[in-house]
Design a binder for this molecule. Sequence first.
Ligand code: CXA
Ligand code: CA
Ligand code: ZN
Length: 449
Amino acid sequence: MRPRIRGGRTTVLAALLSLALAAPLTAQAQGSPPAEPTAPGASLATERPHQYEVTGAATSAARTALAATGVSIDEVHKRAVVVTADRAQAAAVRQLGYTLRKLPDPPGSAKGSPSSRVKDFPEGYTGYHNYDEATKEIDGLVAKYPDILSKQVIGKSHEGRDILGLKLSKNVTKDENEPEVLFTHHQHAREHLTVEMALYLLNEFTSKYGSDDRVTKMLDSREIWILPDLNPDGGEYDIASGDFAMWRKNRQPNAGSNEVGTDLNRNWDFKWGCCGGSSDDPADETYRGASAESGPEVKVVSDFVRSRNVGGKQQIKTAIDFHTYSELVLWPFGYTEADTGEGMTQDDHDAFATIGKDMAASNNYTPEQSSDLYVTDGSIDDWLWGDQKIFAYTFEMFPSSAGEGGFYPRDSVISKETSRNRDSVLKLLEISDCVYRSIGKEQEYCKES
Ligand code: CXA
Ligand code: CA
Ligand code: ZN
């Protein structure tokens, strides 16, 4: 492990504080009500990270090496990248010989009277839904459209919040033999726009059923699963102080460390930790967790997906995992730079790329294999495809750069930037009965079913 410079803040007091916090948090996983999130700054181990522009790192290999310092890579450009780093990580990046330029902190940071704003989005962001607001909105839709929308609690987060699974289909209470499609949202705490994407899809598919032809056809012939919030604890923590915390991971304590959280998108059980695409250091943004599926949220969703294997056949055919930001359509594998190989035939790759490019042509995102950015291991897409043979994409939503708001664009963009994906989502739904039709090989791959 790389040596860390931590400025002597890891005191006995911090250790005691984290022990004191760990006990009630563990109890909550057993079913008591959700914890109030600890405010950023409450723990002495917490330090709000910042974004930096790093000049260079022009290849995937260079960026993978850069990510090994523990930073997250938020933007990739020809001659520079943007990373999120704490002080120690920024120092480690400098050690590699790079020049860093600190970017402005998120706009809308609530300086002044935090008490009036705590546990909710600040001014300019009140159009975003916090966890309770999203739950209320969803419950309202379920009450209004009980024939086509049903809600189940598929499990609990570390702090005990419900992780929801919404099913949208005609005859929603019956498990019909129809292609199933999965939409997952908000693995990364600071990527709040992805929850709005889930709420947009729920509103759009319920309110337009019966009037919009494409929507009606899809609800009549598919079973759509929307998991609107995979990381509710992280999301609530990110807004808890009135200043955005720039938080990425979940809020699970780590044994033997004061550093909190696992990067859920490095914790899935396919080639977990294999390839230098995640970190074994709990202080890092891309900490992969103690073992695959050690994040309770990842375990809950993995169990849910496995439960859709009925009679030896995975019912879910395609998936999109929503993230921000950079305006990208990504496909697997992330663990290797190779386009094809074990677990990815030329036809698989061609279908992934064809559908990916088709969706990107619609929303004007950039399509590419995720390892073109940098290598990752333990991502949801690699697991969904590698382990479950589900055609899984990642959308990195608006904006394309830090200058346009980065992880924290104003609420005024929500409507435009969620509806922007309407057509690409419908395209994926429409091809989900036979993805190989995209390359003209439905005869070869989709005869029975
Ligand atoms: C990503 C998504 C899926 C597979 C590999 C890589 C990008 C994602 C990440 O690093 O997990 N980027 S993000 N949302 O900024 O964290
Ligand atoms: Ca079914
Ligand atoms: Zn993300």
